[in-house]
Every structure is written in C-alpha cells, then in structure tokens.
Design a protein around this ligand. Structure first.
Ligand SMILES: [Zn+2]
Length: 398
C-alpha cells in the first residue's frame, strides 16, 4: 500500500539529534517510509491514499515502553477488553511489554516463566490490535534460571528480560541474572522504586546500579519513587536508560529529566505509561507525560516527543520511532485541540494542553483519519483527500 500525507504544518522527526525536518509531506510504501519533507506530484498520483493534513503536524507513532499486556487485547488488572486498540487513539503505535506479570496464575517455576515469555512473544507476532505493534515476551527473572535457559529463550526469539517480581529475598541478588540475560543478547529491564506488589521489596539505586540493566523501569516510581538522593546515582554513575512513567511520581519525573538535561544526556530519557495497573487504563498517558515534561519542566516539545519515540526505538532496537527513509511507516498527525487557546500542536503542548490525535498510520496503513475517539477534535480538518481503497478511514466504525 502506498500512502502519502501532504500539507503538513511541521514534521517532528523523533530523532534527538535533528528533532525537526523541513518540508510538508511524507511518502510511505510497503510499510516503510520512502520520503520525508517533499513528495513530487508524480509520486502522489501513484498513491492509494493521500491524506491532507491541513496544516497539522506529523510525528512518529508513540512507543509506550511499559505496557502491562497479558494475552489478547485484555487487561486482567482492570478487567477490560480492547485497551490496546484504544491506546492507538492516543497516538501509541507500539506497545512494549513490561513482562506478562499480570497473567492470572502466572507461573514462577523455571519452565513456567520460560513458557509464558515464549507464548506471549509468539501470540503477538500475529496479533496487532488496532494496527498497533506489540513487542511481547519478557522473561520474569526467577531464582533457579540458568545459563542454558537464557540460551534456549534467545534461540526461541525472546528479546526481553525483567527483574523485579522474582522470589528473591534481596533485590541485590538480581545482578547475576540480569548479566546472564545480557550475555544472551536480551534487553534487560528492572523495576525501580517502592514495591508495587505486596511482598516485593523496594528496589533503589544501589540495586539497579549493581544489576546494570539496559533500562531502569519507571525510575520515577511505579507508583512509589525511591529517595531523591538516589536519582543522581543512576544519572551520574551509570549509563542506564531512565524510563519515566505516567502512572508514577510526577515530581521525580521532572527531577530526572532535569538531571539528564543538565548532563546533556536526554538520549537516556524514555517516556512510557506503566499501564494498565492499579492506576487504570490510560490511552492518553504518553501525551500527558510529554506535555508535563514541557509545560512543567520547560522541555521543548520535539525533544519530549523524541523521548517518547526515537529514544525508545534506539534502546529496544526497533525500526520505528523516527521519521526517515526506510524506517517503519508508523506516523501520527497531531494538532491543537478545538476550542483551546493555541493554534498548533507544539504550542498546545508547551501550554500544558494535550494535543489532538488527528490520524494514526501504522505499517503504512491509515488506521483512522480525522478524529481520535479519545482526544478532542483537531482545529484543522485532517482528511482523506484521495483514496483508491474501498474503506472508511474516519474511525467512526470503532
Ligand atoms: Zn509496571
């Protein structure tokens, strides 16, 4: 499928190094981006769908790197179906599992934790709710796992390992398990902060530093934060990516963003939601957190968007998250919300208003164009200008 977006009022790249791109159009073909900036008329004539952005802006689809998936589009924690599809209406085009820890009756034995990760991985290879990509299958580190187990998991395609919910008496004991997972090429993640499940111990900077995972999960607390004096330890004494989550402590989100900015290391800041949890289902969670970073933390919106897209993509080795040729064609169109005081998406974000999601395209396929089910309407009239496809893209069928 060949899809183009024209009449863009701006393009946010998702790349921290060059956060904006000049031009007003994007061309996608066969699930990848072909051109960003300008698209010749001859190429537009060959498109199956042309979307007129009417002055709204494009950004990479948001990557939520902390989603509590289980199986199917169902969250046992909030007893709700369809939440992932709803997240696409908040601009989230990729959900990365926080491990399948919410699966009812989740196994804790060696064979069980391996089977759970493999099963989740394999199921979501063939299931894309609302067009979203779901990176599933994160092995929950439990005592007794051995080198051979990680070799087996890696052979079966498991790419993620999670420290934090295992039956260890002291969190310091995670360190050799995280290192084992790393030796087998896995991206390793570690719960950070107070315990989120009764009986699990708090994990603070000394534990995270000793384990040295790729990502400190919800460094701002999930939902309860570690002490303030622990934040400089992770920022200054490690190279760990620091993930801030909507369902956590907002004050320490701003604290860690400020510490990283002062150090010139915003490449290590990752935005995620940590939902569904006890905090609920939050389809607009990514938009809220990046808006908070800008309105309360004085971050530029295109930088916050990079933390929610390209930064996550780099750490997790994804081909999405950046608008550039040959990258995955996961693109969203954002605008200021109708009835607000600002006239474009980036000004609205600076003002503390969430932007309107006016279109979501994943894998080069428009999933809806015009109006998100979850945000207010856009001020500009984003619409399908031309289509050779017998399909209603308005999203009204949802
Ligand atoms: Zn979590």
């Amino acid at each position: 499928m060949r899809t183009a977006i024209v009449n863009l009022g701006g393009i946010v790249s998702g790349d921290l190094e060059t956060p904006t791109i000049a031009g007003d159009a994007i061309l996608m073909d066969g699930g990848v981006i072909e051109a960003v900036g300008s698209v010749p008329d001859s190429a537009l004539k060959a498109c199956d769908v042309v979307i007129d952005a009417d002055g709204a802006i494009a950004a990479p689809g948001l990557i939520d790197s902390h989603v509590h998936i289980t199986f199917g589009d169902y969250t046992p924690r909030q007893r709700t179906v369809g939440f992932l599809e709803s997240y696409t209406h908040g601009g989230i085009t990729t959900a990365i599992t926080a491990s399948e820890v919410h699966t009812p009756g989740r196994p804790k034995d060696r064979e069980g934790v391996k089977a759970l990760a493999v099963a989740a991985l394999k199921c979501f290879e063939h299931f894309r709710p609302g067009g979203m990509r779901v990176l599933a299958g994160s092995v929950i580190l439990e005592p007794g796992l051995e080198e051979a187990d990680f070799a087996e998991l890696a052979r079966k395609g498991v790419k993620l390992a999670k420290a934090g919910f295992g039956a260890f008496s002291d969190p310091i004991e995670y360190a050799p398990y995280v290192q084992m997972a790393k030796r087998h090429g896995m991206i390793t993640t570690m719960h950070t902060g107070g315990s989120s499940i009764p009986g699990s111990a708090g994990i603070w900077a000394k534990h995270v530093k000793a384990a040295d995972p790729h990502v400190s999960f919800h460094v701002n607390g999930g939902p309860v934060a570690m002490p303030d004096e622990d934040f400089p330890v992770l920022v200054d004494e490690t190279e760990i990516a620091l993930q801030v989550c909507t369902a956590g402590n907002l004050r320490t989100t701003l604290l860690v963003a400020d510490l990283l900015a002062r150090k010139g290391r915003l490449d290590r800041l990752l935005v995620a939601t940590d939902t569904p949890t006890g905090s609920g289902i939050m389809p607009l969670g990514m938009l809220y957190t990046l808006t908070h970073l800008c309105a309360l933390g004085n971050m530029e919106p295109e930088i916050a968007i990079a933390a929610a897209t390209g930064n996550n993509a780099r750490i997790y080795g994804l081909n999405s998250g950046i608008l550039a040729p040959r990258r995955d064609a996961d693109v969203i169109i954002l605008d200021a919300c109708a009835g607000g005081s600002k006239s474009d998406a980036l000004s609205a974000i600076r003002n503390g208003d969430i932007p309107a999601v006016a279109a979501v395209i994943t894998d080069g396929v428009p999933r809806f164009v015009g109006r998100s089910r979850n945000t207010p309407a856009a001020i500009n009239r984003v619409r399908v200008a031309e289509s050779r496809i017998m399909q209603d893209f308005s999203g009204s069928s949802h």
